[in-house]
Design a protein around this ligand. Structure first.
Ligand code: 13P
Length: 251
C-alpha cells in the first residue's frame, strides 16, 4: 500500500507576514489519517516554516537545491546538506518552471536528484509535457525521456527513496486540469517504465499529479489507481483549500 502524499508548492509567493498567516491556518487543520502532507516554501522562509510547524505532522521541503551536495563556493545556490540542516526532508527537482524558464537540463536535474539523496533528502522528480508536445502525441515520449535520464545516470534503485510528480505544463497555473483518465494514463506509463527495470521499486514509488489541483477536482484524481496524491501550487496558498485537498487524499 502506498501512503498518499499531498505536497504544497508555494513557488515564489509569500512575505514573512503572509507566511505567518499560512502557518497559522495550517496549524489549525485536522490532518487526515494515513496521508503524508508536505509544504515547499520559498527557501528564505524555510526556517520560519520549520519553526512554525513544529509539533505538527507536516513535512517541509525545498523547491530546488544546488547540483553540489555540500556547502562551498557556489554563489546564490543552496546545498542539499544546508536544506537538511534547516529541517527539510524533501526537495523538488526538475520543476518545469526551472526546466523551461531557467534552462535546467536533464543532466542537472539528475545531479540535483543525487545531491538530495546523498544528504538524506527525498527528491520529488517533476516531469511533464508542454501543450505542443501533447498535441503532437509526444506526451509519453517526453515524460519517458525525463524519467529515463535519471534511471540512466543513477539506476532505477534510487526511486525506492524518491517521489515522482507528473505535472503537465499546460495544466500548471492555467485552471486546466488533466482529466483523471489523462493523468492515469501517464502515471501508469511512468510506473510501467520503472517496473520494466524493477517491479518492487515501481510498486512502491509514489507518483503525484500536479497542475491546477483544487479541492473540487482532487478526489476524482486521487481515486485513480496510479495517482498517489498531488503536488499543489496555487491552491496550497490557502490553508482551508489545501486542507480539503489533503482530506480528499484520505478518503
Ligand atoms: P498549480 O496548482 O498552481 O497549477 O501549480 C502546480 C505546480 O506547478 C505545483 O508544482
Amino acid at each position: 500500500m502506498r501512503r498518499p502524499l499531498v505536497a504544497g508548492n508555494w513557488k515564489m509567493h509569500g512575505t514573512r507576514a503572509s507566511v505567518a498567516e499560512l502557518i497559522k491556518g495550517l496549524r489549525q487543520l485536522a490532518m487526515p489519517a494515513g496521508v503524508e502532507v508536505a509544504v515547499f516554501p520559498p527557501c528564505l522562509y524555510i526556517g520560519q516554516v520549520v519553526e512554525g510547524l513544529a509539533g505538527k505532522s507536516i513535512l517541509v521541503g525545498a523547491q530546488n537545491c544546488a547540483v553540489e551536495p555540500l556547502q562551498g563556493a557556489l554563489t546564490g545556490e543552496v546545498a542539499a546538506s544546508q536544506l537538511q540542516d534547516a529541517g527539510c526532508s524533501l526537495v523538488l527537482v526538475g520543476h518545469s518552471e526551472r526546466r523551461i524558464l531557467l534552462g535546467e537540463s536533464d543532466d542537472w536535474v539528475a545531479r540535483k536528484f543525487a545531491a538530495a539523496q546523498s544528504c538524506g533528502l527525498t527528491p520529488v522528480l517533476c516531469v511533464g509535457e508542454t501543450r505542443e508536445q501533447r498535441e503532437s502525441g509526444k506526451t509519453l515520449e517526453v515524460v519517458g525521456r525525463q524519467l529515463d535520464s535519471v534511471i540512466e545516470s543513477l539506476g532505477v534503485g534510487v526511486f525506492a527513496q524518491a517521489v515522482v510528480a507528473y505535472e503537465p505544463v499546460w495544466a500548471i497555473g492555467t485552471g486546466l486540469t488533466a482529466s483523471p483518465e489523462q493523468a492515469q494514463q501517464v502515471h501508469a506509463a511512468i510506473r510501467a517504465q520503472l517496473a520494466a527495470e524493477n517491479a518492487d521499486v515501481a510498486r512502491g514509488v509514489r507518483i503525484l499529479y500536479g497542475g491546477s489541483v483544487k479541492a473540487a477536482s482532487a478526489a476524482e484524481l486521487f481515486g485513480m489507481p496510479d495517482i498517489d496524491g498531488g503536488l499543489v501550487g496555487g491552491a496550497s496558498l490557502n490553508a482551508d483549500e489545501f486542507g480539503a485537498i489533503c482530506r480528499a487524499a484520505g478518503s
